[in-house]
Design a protein. Sequence first.
Length: 152
Amino acid sequence: MSDHDILSDAEREALSAVMLEPDLPPQRVLIVDDDKDARELLSEILELQGVRCMTAVSGEAAFNILVAEAEIKKPSIGLMITDLRMGHVDGLDLIRQIRESVRAALPIIIVSGDADVKDAIAAMHLSVVDFLLKPIDAEHLVALVKHELDIK
């Protein structure tokens, strides 16, 4: 320690250790699709690229997960990918519910095999990151996800 140092060596080491700790847990992607094969495929594509995922079988289940996560001080879901056409709560309904909740700023990507221009316009009005048609370009999806989660 020199005469001009404010911190002792021990304080400097403690500060360095704290600065290296991540502020947030690793960000996960919530994949929502009522089609099991589609959920598993998206999850596998992302996990092979080092992106942690969790899945939900419906819009209702996804919203419940997000509400539960909102109660945690450091939620770990940083992005949602949802299908458009699902059972009781479809993708657009789910996004509307999220936009009216404490997780309103959550980035969302829609992946759909059955959509029209009206759906795409409605999605853009709900501030989604992107609207991808199936079959998806896996490289493009991975790049979008990594960009949104700030993964290098």
